[in-house]
Design a protein around this ligand. Structure first.
Ligand code: SF4
Length: 290
């Protein structure tokens, strides 16, 4: 894995671009925070999940990374020796590439190999149920779910995967899975101005997550050229967070990182990749992810 370019943001976030065969590109992002040094890793070039707010989702899936290419991102970045956390939140849906992902996770957590403690690795999914079940059964590392709306129709408009594996089914599966008390479940929630932060959303989220010890990370969307999503103002973000906390949920607002280098997943690679084929707005979930 060879780095072909690097962009650095004022907050120290660095975005690396790797070139793959056939002119494809993937991104890896290094995020420094006080004692924490996190690498955000890609598992695919492009992604067939088609999330409307994501630049990678416009590319469709162009290649599955191999286990070596996944691990190669860690080996190649200059910050490798000081990395404390790994998040599988870069380009691609990790559980859509299980044959490369799971061996990579085994090596990363093997004390005789990379030796990362499981709690320092997190895999994020849009909701690919079969892979999530395997992950919950075979690994003890944290799980992040891209939630973004508790309402099926609204979520399906943002994330076509909702029509194949509804978020209610995902949460029911987690609820019925025996989890250790240390198991950490995160829900990533992009807050879109005027859309998904009403009192009705608060109530529905409390019902959806009932009995699940999940932490909700509220985030502002990064702007992408093809979609007109914007973040609400700070007051609205705080109001939504406080309302969730009053309903017994644990919600925190995450700071946006690397805004000026377009650190949102896929922004750089979509500019570099020649085969970018936008998914039409009317594409169905079945077309996007079958
Ligand atoms: S948000 Fe994740 S799952 Fe959705 S299209 Fe982007 S990379 Fe794929």
């Amino acid at each position: 894995m060879k780095i072909t370019s690097m962009q650095e943001s004022a907050d120290g976030t660095r975005k690396y671009l790797f070139e793959l065969p056939q002119g494809l590109s993937i991104e890896t992002v290094y995020i420094p925070e006080k004692e924490r040094h996190t690498l955000c890793i890609s598992t695919q070039a492009g992604c067939r999940m088609g999330c409307r707010f994501c630049a990678t989702g416009q590319m469709q899936r162009q290649a599955q990374l191999t286990t070596e290419q996944i691990l190669g991102q860690i080996d190649a970045v200059p910050e490798a020796p000081k990395l404390t956390h790994l998040v599988f939140m870069g380009m691609g849906e990790p559980f859509d590439n299980p044959t490369a992902l799971f061996p990579a996770l085994e090596r990363l957590m093997d004390p005789k190999d990379y030796g990362f403690a499981p709690r320092r690795i997190s895999v994020s999914t849009a909701g690919v149920l079969p892979g999530m079940i395997t992950y919950l059964r075979d690994f003890s590392a944290p799980l992040s779910i891209s939630l973004h709306s508790p309402f099926a129709e609204e979520r399906a408009a943002l994330m076509p995967i909702e029509r194949k594996w509804p978020i209610a089914e995902i949460m029911n599966t987690i609820r019925q899975t025996p989890l250790s008390t240390h198991r950490r479940i995160f829900c990533e929630y992009l807050v879109f101005k005027g859309m998904n932060h009403t009192p009705a959303h608060v109530k529905a989220l409390a019902a959806l997550l009932y009995g699940i010890p999940a932490r909700i990370n509220l985030m502002r969307p990064h702007p992408i050229p093809s979609a007109n999503f914007t973040a609400p103002d700070d007051h609205a973000m705080l109001t939504f967070r406080d309302a969730l906390n009053k309903h017994g949920l644990i919600a925190t607002i995450r700071r946006s990182r690397g805004l000026e280098i377009e650190a949102a997943c896929g922004m750089l690679a979509t500019q570099r990749t020649r085969k970018c084929r936008p998914i039409p707005a009317h594409a169905t979930a079945e077309k996007a992810i079958s």
